[in-house]
Design a binder for this molecule. Structure first.
Ligand code: GDP
Length: 289
């Protein structure tokens, strides 16, 4: 599958040459930088590949291509992408800055879980804007999930989360997805709000996952914006959205190495079915061809 973030175009010329030479290394470095691997990661990958090429005493670009695939896959596989959803109900908090694709992701995730036979309820704990609740309700419906709405606009988000979990327990719904606010202007208020949601829910049951949604097209910038969530929200997994857009593949590896948090899901489109689990092998195949 050709993807906009594919490296294969940039690498094609390089691998088409007869032998590995200085120009090969320059081209590889340029391709990795262009793909948003960042200078440190690029340097470390190139150094590792140079060592492998020396060790195997090869000058064949096909060997280098295989080594590049192996090193990327190996680096992406150091963290475990498994979603831990065996609690009943399994409560998942979904956090992230507004606009990254949080609402859409919740709908897609409900659908994804429904495909595995799981029942899902969505909690609208971003209670500030009525329009946001309605948008979430639309996506919950598309995803085949029930929804717990705030009883009035501006209701305490933690109390909506509480009511959602209570309803799941009462009705035997297996998975709870809690939508949370993402207004960056009130960063400390936002973190307090998340802290309160967590404390209230933890009195009812264990929290299974805290998923941070990141827009992959915003690259390092988006990561800087989301830093407060990483520092304060106890994030257990990342969801990268918009990988079908102008995202650059290198960001995927650099975000995982920088945060030390596994990527668990990837969004690749605006449709209800456009969310998949993260599989390093598939990702690297798409990236390198
Ligand atoms: P929220 O403010 O974080 O809840 O963001 P939304 O879920 O409303 O999404 C913001 C915009 O991003 C919408 O136009 C979505 O259709 C779009 N979007 C979300 N996920 C993806 C994705 O994986 N790919 C693409 N191309 N667009 C996406």
């Amino acid at each position: 599958m050709a993807t906009p973030w594919s490296l294969s175009g940039a690498l094609k010329g390089m691998f088409a040459r007869k032998t590995i030479d200085d120009a090969t290394w320059d081209d590889l470095e340029d391709a990795l930088i262009t793909a948003d691997f960042g200078p440190d990661l690029t340097e470390s990958i190139v150094a590792e590949l140079r060592a492998s090429v020396r060790r195997f005493n090869t000058t064949d670009p096909a060997d280098l291509r295989r080594m590049l695939r192996e090193t990327l896959e190996e680096r992406l596989s150091t963290l475990d992408p498994t979603l831990h959803l065996s609690n009943r109900p399994a409560v998942v908090l979904v956090v992230g800055v507004n606009g990254v694709g949080k609402t859409t992701t919740i709908g897609k995730f409900a659908k994804f879980l429904g495909n595995y036979g799981r029942s899902v309820i969505v909690g609208a704990a971003d209670t500030f804007r009525a329009a946001a609740v309605e948008q979430l309700a639309t996506w919950a419906e598309r995803g085949g999930a029930a929804i717990q709405r705030p009883q009035q606009q501006g209701q305490d988000p933690a109390s909506v989360a509480f009511q959602t979990v209570e309803r799941a327990q009462r009705e035997g719904i297996e998975i709870v997805l809690i939508d949370t606010a993402g207004r960056l202007q009130t960063k400390s208020g936002l973190m307090d709000e998340l802290g309160k949601i967590k404390r209230v829910v933890e009195k009812q049951t264990e929290i299974a996952e805290v998923l941070l949604v990141l827009d992959a097209t915003t690259g390092q910038n988006g990561l800087a914006q989301a830093q407060a969530f990483i520092e304060h929200a106890g994030v257990t997994g990342l969801v990268l959205t918009k990988l079908d857009g102008s995202a650059k593949g290198g960001f995927v590896l650099s975000v995982q190495e920088k945060t030390g948090i596994p990527i668990k899901l990837v969004g690749q489109g605006e449709g209800i079915g456009d969310l998949t689990g993260f599989t390093p092998h598939v990702f690297v195949t798409n990236l390198i061809g």
